[in-house]
Design a protein around this ligand. Structure first.
Ligand code: ATP
Ligand code: MG
Ligand code: MG
Ligand code: MG
Length: 479
């Protein structure tokens, strides 16, 4: 089954259960102070869950463009190193707004996975919230009882708050959840170690695919939980992980979601995927990051020096460094992948194809500008780390790399860790603060001058030629 068919079957299944199929919200969030990017399918329904707005439908389903590179859900460091965490991914979801609850949610997830997608039942595990005394939350025996109708009891595992109580961010809608995991190991491996020991244990072949959240609370700023006006269902299934499981692959990157990008990169760099671990990581990082870059730009977030724009710039620079250092490509490459991705998604997210040329141009400019300083920055890092016994890159050095060579801190940290070095993050932050203070002081000075001009209506400005504030005052010559 192709990935496109898998996606369509999900939507068709929930449409047949009375769900309104809705479009993905933009991946860039513009109106929520708690969030820069969409990190889950439920974000666009936040107000409906909180009861701030009436729901226009009782049930909805979609595929949502998500990005998990900042805030509570940040997977950036895993990306490319493991094979199932991405920066940008699609989250397939179905929702009930005060309509059906645990019984139907559980029944339908089981039906879809085992009857439509035909996943073998003896490969599945489910987890249920074990409760939390501190927060006065009961174990979810109700969900457990529903699961018992479908799956052997020894495949139902109790999970802690970290894994089985889902929260959107530091504040916002939340609730206990039940998750479905798939054991993709060989029979031989399964005979040696039971799958239940590997659930939620970072095993590359025993992976979580679907989360069913029972939205019941709002996490307040003071950390307390307030019950929501109604109870809702919010589910999220990683589309790329689902495709990998159904297509019987060892890695999300081996599916037809990522292979077109990997093949295109192979052609551009003259190297093959699957040769060495180092180059493979680079192939995966590039295939992953280009998706994050393109979909965010297409949704209106240009790379820049602060906020959400800087997140995109950081991801882009990270990708550039991977092809520069590990695929031996010294000229812009990423922009060549834009049309490949746009064509691949022309039917699902047409906004990218409609802006292919623009996105390509932005990516090219960004790559070009970073490539101008990357090489010298890397050489500077080599000099700094050579023979350095403390195995630490000091704050001012990390700041110089940032300020002069355009190295985002996380990129310096990544390169440092490859060399067995640490970065003095506090020192870096202190340097950054000093720079901000300097520019703030400069701004304040300008404001002072403006006041002065107001105070002296008879003065005539004849221009600056000195730098001190006093000198500027003198420049207002009395007439
Ligand atoms: P994990 O434990 O693997 O990090 P999660 O518990 O953080 O996943 P949820 O917040 O429950 O993930 O999101 C719902 C689903 O979205 C997950 O079950 C998974 O299939 C998918 N998913 C989550 N994070 C990613 C990611 N970074 N890349 C790809 N898919 C993801
Ligand atoms: Mg996670
Ligand atoms: Mg998890
Ligand atoms: Mg989860």
């Amino acid at each position: 089954m192709t990935a496109a068919e898998i996606r369509q079957q999900f939507l068709d299944f929930f449409a047949s259960k009375g769900h309104q199929i809705v479009p993905s919200a933009p991946i860039v969030v513009k109106n929520d102070p708690t969030l820069l990017f969409t990190n889950a399918g439920m974000n666009q329904f936040k107000d409906l869950f909180l009861g701030n707005k009436p729901a226009p439908y009782k049930r909805a389903a979609d595929t949502q463009k998500c990005l998990r590179v900042s805030g509570k859900h940040n997977d950036l460091e895993e990306v490319g190193i493991d094979t199932y965490h991405h920066t940008m991914f699609e989250m397939l979801g179905n929702w009930s707004f005060g309509d059906y609850f645990k019984k139907e949610a559980i029944q339908w997830s089981w039906e879809l996975l085992t009857e439509v997608y035909k996943l073998p039942k003896d490969r599945l595990y489910v987890t249920v919230f074990e409760g939390d005394k501190k927060e006065n939350l009961e174990p979810d025996t109700e969900a457990k009882d529903y699961w018992k109708q479908y799956i052997q009891e020894d495949r139902i595992l109790m999970g802690n708050k970290k894994d089985n109580f889902w929260e959107m961010g530091d504040t916002g809608p939340c609730g206990p959840c039940t998750e479905i995991h798939v054991d993709c190991r060989t029979d031989e491996e399964r005979a040696k170690v039971p799958g239940k020991d590997l659930v939620n244990n970072d095993h590359p072949q025993v992976i979580e695919i679907w989360n069913n959240v029972f939205m019941q609370f709002n996490r307040m700023k003071d950390k307390s939980l307030e019950p929501l006006p109604a109870k809702h269902v919010d589910t999220g299934m990683g589309f790329e992980r689902l495709a990998r499981v159904i297509q019987g692959k060892q890695s999300n990157y081996d599916t037809d979601v990522f292979m077109p990008l990997i093949h295109a990169t192979e052609k551009l760099c003259g190297k093959q995927y699957g040769q060495t671990e180092k180059t493979d990581i680079a192939f995966r990082v590039i295939a992953d990051h280009i998706r994050a870059i393109c979909f965010t730009i297409a949704d209106g977030q240009l790379p820049s020096n602060n906020g959400a724009g800087y997140v995109i710039r950081r991801i882009l620079r990270r990708a550039v460094r991977y092809y520069f250092s590990f695929l031996d490509v010294k000229k812009p490459l990423l922009h060549e992948l834009v049309p490949v991705l746009a064509a691949q998604f022309s039917k699902v997210f047409p906004e990218l194809e409609q802006q292919t040329d623009f996105v390509k141009k932005v990516v090219f400019e960004e790559e070009n500008s970073f490539l101008r300083t990357l090489d010298s920055g890397l050489r500077r890092l080599d000099v700094i780390t050579a023979g350095e016994k403390s195995k630490t890159i000091e704050g001012p050095v990390a700041f110089e790399l940032y300020d002069t060579f355009g190295f985002p801190l996380d990129l310096t940290m990544l390169i440092a860790s490859e060399k067995g070095f640490k970065v003095d993050e506090e020192g870096f932050t202190a340097e950054m603060k000093k720079q901000k203070d300097r520019s703030r002081a400069a701004t304040e000075l300008d404001m002072g001058d403006w006041t002065l001009l107001q105070d002296q209506p008879s003065g005539v400005f004849i221009g600056y030629n000195q730098l001190s504030a006093e000198a500027k005052v003198l420049k207002y010559r009395k007439i």
